[in-house]
Design a protein around this ligand. Structure first.
Ligand SMILES: NC(=O)c1ccc[n+]([C@@H]2O[C@H](COP(=O)([O-])OP(=O)(O)OC[C@H]3O[C@@H](n4cnc5c(N)ncnc54)[C@H](O)[C@@H]3O)[C@@H](O)[C@H]2O)c1
Length: 335
């Protein structure tokens, strides 16, 4: 991959003091981009910008409350005043809110989350797009950090889900507006990602998030950051209007029960009585042992549905006498 096309591009990253925004700011800075870090926390935000500069990058921090459209307009103006150009805005700042049924939310909670997660993103796109046009960027981009909650509603998160569906919708509509004019507009949709958005959630909750994910772990903020880098590069000029999950397959579909017929493919275990029926029947020696104890087994089409099971689990359904089963299993163990 050649990321040289991002060098010298100026981009704003909101919510850059922590988590995903911080990771994006650092990856941008590390690849020669001019980074305008925005967040509310002066100390943490300034520290991120200082560390990018200390590593040879170019970054400034501008304290910004991203739930205020006026503050975002001032942020965009300040970025151009400093760098003389603007190529991209990453609207990442956002808050989570959830865990109760819809009727238990208060109206002021609605305003709080929509002001940041929705109006703040709109302002970033609006003032960002105007300024990217005005400063004649070649290769401009708008990236919004939405969520898998913008693709797949989450129980207990009616308001958060509504804001993130809105962000995905705005992203796709704006992509249609700007496709002809060379500004790409995309959304990154993180799944469970290890950041401070989970506050001091107990260990058990974090374990749940990891195990709920098909990948079996939570994401690292840098995994979103590298996608943001790719989307800022000229390699991604034809990608626009996309809402891309970074979620270890969490939003890919419903997790049903499935059993591998050939788990030894990944475990590397040798054949034994504990192997699946499929693995045993695929081996000549194994199939011969089975044929000896269960004549005609290989030709039984119905039983093929159970090839993901072990003989021990299948035996009661076959009505196999215990002694016969034990002899067959011990022979299989010597494979
Ligand atoms: N972490 C996850 O699992 C996850 C999953 C899906 C989506 N997201 C989204 O990713 C984005 C970043 O979340 P994170 O996990 O890094 O969270 P985080 O809490 O670690 O960081 C949030 C950042 O936003 C900033 N911020 C909050 N309110 C702000 C305001 N009013 N003005 C300016 N900055 C403000 C914070 O200072 C911080 O820098 C959010 O939009 C969030 O909804 C996160």
């Amino acid at each position: 991959m050649d990321f040289s096309s991002v060098q010298g591009k100026a981009a704003i990253v909101t919510g850059a003091s922590r988590g995903i925004g911080e990771a994006i700011a650092r990856v941008y800075g590390g690849h020669g981009m001019k980074v305008v870090c925005a967040a509310r926390s002066q100390d943490k935000g300034q520290a991120v910008a200082d560390e990018i500069c200390a590593k040879g990058g170019d970054a400034i921090f501008i304290r910004t409350d991203c739930s205020s459209p006026e503050a975002i307009k001032a942020l965009v103006d300040a970025a151009v005043a400093h760098y003389g150009r603007l190529d991209g805005v990453v609207s990442n700042a956002g808050i989570g809110m959830g865990g109760t049924p819809l009727h238990e939310y208060d109206l002021d909670e609605y305003d709080k989350i929509f002001d940041l997660n929705s109006k703040g993103v709109f302002a970033g796109m609006k003032y960002g797009a105007e300024t990217i046009f005005r400063t004649h960027s070649q290769g401009g981009f708008l990236i919004n950090v939405a969520s898998i909650a913008g693709l797949m509603p989450q129980r207990g998160q009616a308001l958060y889900t509504a804001t993130k569906f809105g962000v995905v919708g705005m992203t796709r509509a704006a992509a249609l507006d700007y496709a002809k004019y060379g500004i790409t507009v995309n959304a990154i949709c993180p799944g469970y990602t290890k950041t401070s958005i989970f506050g001091d959630a107990p260990e058990a909750a974090m374990d749940f998030f990891a195990s709920d994910c098909p990948a079996g772990r939570m994401g690292d903020p840098r995994e979103c950051a590298y996608l943001a880098l790719f989307l800022a590069s000229d390699m991604a000029r034809y990608i626009t209007g996309a809402a891309i999950p970074v979620d270890g397959a969490l939003s890919a579909g419903h997790q049903n029960i499935s059993s591998w017929k050939h788990p030894e493919l990944v475990t590397g275990e040798k054949l034994s009585a504990e192997s699946t029926i499929a693995a045993i029947m695929d081996s000549q020696a194994g199939a011969a042992i089975v044929e000896k104890y269960l004549p005609g087994f290989a030709a039984n089409e119905q039983v093929k549905q159970a090839y993901g099971m072990t003989f021990k689990a299948l035996a009661p359904m076959l009505g196999l006498p215990e002694q016969v089963l034990e002899s067959m299993l011990s022979e299989l163990n010597s494979l």
